[in-house]
Ligand binder design. Structure first.
Ligand code: AMP
Ligand code: ZN
Length: 471
């Protein structure tokens, strides 16, 4: 399996530390709002990465964290905590906000058929681990205290620039982040923030440095260490995480543990709408409910993600999404007629050869830097072959059903759907056949229309009428 590694800026071979186990840490949601489809693009891509590893017989150990404290409005530790801001706006407790959106996120994972991560740790459940982590950094002389918190002293970690290839000389202090005159350098980042002296925060904890809450980045370093050890195989996130969040995670973890945090840094590109990145702060987000309210399935949304390459920036339009919905329907049409095919006792050898070849191609494309569009085109090629068949043996059906399981495991979509017809529907099909024999095309069309309204499509092959679910 090869993946583009942001750290080396090249496509690297995955060399798992404990083969066949592959450890993966993916930066999860900040639970102060409903995720938009850009966030879900990223989460589905994490899922496709894990599915691909499993299909290549690796045993995945996947951590996806829930950020429920410490992510401030500015990534650079300035401004309010995103959860606190939302809680104040809605006159709720920050824990209630966290629970609402964490529950929503978890239900979204299953609605989108995203595999359940092995661990979904919350930052607020790991305060002690974060304090312990900061203590190690403090003992190593890498921190300093100012009036609003404890900070990591970037000057003490010269490799700080390596992931984002930052040029610190070019970074005029204050150009990248808002200025805090007490910081030694503006790129220094908070490990622990003190509660404001006036008033109580909903989320605050005692620490050796005073009451407060952890900075955003430390949760990932502490939880990655707890669940995956000092070095993991793959660390993933959106590309926005490269210059700040992941750069800071590397500084904390590698300074504390003395070993690389991750061997491969996998970053997914952003989804844009009308030329701008979809962002909670720009308020241009579309969510899953917006999709469903247009009668588009979340499976079609998943196919839209598969159609795009994670490396390139993707543009979202509802037309593209409708296109994905049609494409999914066509796949279902091309494979699901098998239950109505003309029965034969002969096994189709070509079908078996083509399926084996398609599986190999799909796996190879996924192993080639998660090339989902190419893997999908291999599936479409097979679909076009299968859609031209009309005879089918019982064993052919089993072979296709087994292939559907493979596709489902790899892509998380179903291309073979079995429906049972009511007696009325069976009668409509046989009546229509008779109308066609009588060349009574109007009546035949009428029957077809009624069936289509009931979600059943028809395809005529010679005298046989094959039927399949329309969605
Ligand atoms: P957040 O909940 O804001 O912490 O974001 C969760 C994940 O979504 C992060 O890995 C982000 O990099 C990612 N993300 C944010 N905006 C987009 C976008 N427009 N397209 C794709 N991924 C995004
Ligand atoms: Zn993170």
């Amino acid at each position: 399996m090869k993946l583009y590694n942001t750290l080396s800026r090249q496509i690297d071979e995955l060399k798992p530390i404990n083969k066949p186990e592959v450890s993966i840490y993916t930066c999860g949601p900040t639970v102060y709002d409903y995720p938009h489809i850009g966030n879900w693009f990223t989460f589905i891509r994490y899922d496709l990465l894990v599915r691909s590893l499993k299909a290549h017989n690796y045993k995945t150990k996947w951590v996806l964290n829930i950020t429920d404290v410490g992510h401030l409005v500015s990534d650079a530790d300035q401004g309010e905590d995103k959860l606190v801001k939302k809680a104040l706006k809605e006159n709720k407790d920050a824990y209630a906000i966290a629970k609402l959106y964490t529950d929503y996120f978890i239900s979204g994972l299953s609605r989108l058929n995203i595999l359940k991560p092995d661990f979904m740790p919350k930052a607020t459940d790991h305060i002690q681990e974060q304090i312990d982590f900061i203590k190690v950094l403090e003992e190593k002389g890498l921190t300093y205290k100012i009036s609003d918190g404890i900070y990591f002293d970037v000057a003490k970690f010269p490799q700080y620039i390596k992931l984002a290839r930052l040029n610190l000389e070019d970074q005029v202090d204050g150009a990248r982040v808002e200025v805090n005159p007490e910081k030694h350098r503006q790129i220094d980042f908070a490990l622990w923030k003190f509660s404001p002296s006036s008033g109580k925060r909903d989320m605050e904890w005692d620490s050796p440095w005073g009451k407060g809450f952890p900075g955003w980045h430390i949760e990932c370093s502490a939880m990655a260490l707890k669940y995956l050890g000092p070095t993991m195989d793959i660390h993933a996130g959106g590309i926005d995480h490269i210059p700040v969040h992941h750069t800071n995670e590397i500084a904390q973890s590698e300074a504390a543990n003395g070993q690389p945090l991750a061997n491969i840094w996998f970053h997914t590109s952003h989804l844009s709408i009308d030329g701008s990145k979809i962002s909670k702060s720009l308020d241009n987000g579309i969510n899953l409910e917006d999709i469903e309210s247009r009668n588009i399935s979340l499976e079609a949304f998943r196919l839209l993600v598969i159609q795009s390459n994670y490396i390139n920036q993707s543009q979202f339009t509802f037309e593209l999404l409708s296109g994905a919905q049609s494409s999914l329907k066509n796949l279902i049409r091309d494979f699901s007629w098998i239950y109505s095919g003309v029965k034969t006792n002969n096994e189709n050898k070509q079908l078996r050869t083509n399926i084996a070849r398609t599986k190999r191609s799909m796996l190879d494309f996924m192993a080639d830097n998660l090339n989902t569009p190419r893997a999908l085109s291999a599936l479409h090629e097979l679909a076009s072959y299968v859609s031209n068949l009309n005879q089918i043996s019982d064993d052919d059906i089993l072979v296709i059903e087994k292939f559907n399981i493979f596709v489902n495991e790899l892509f998380g979509i179903n291309i073979v759907k079995k429906i049972s017809l009511t007696n009325d529907q069976k009668k409509l099909i046989s009546d229509r056949k008779n109308y066609r024999l009588d060349k009574n095309w109007d009546k035949a069309d009428e029957s077809r229309k009624i069936l289509e309204e009931q979600g059943i499509g028809l395809r005529d092959v010679g005298e046989a009428s094959l039927w399949f679910p329309l969605d």
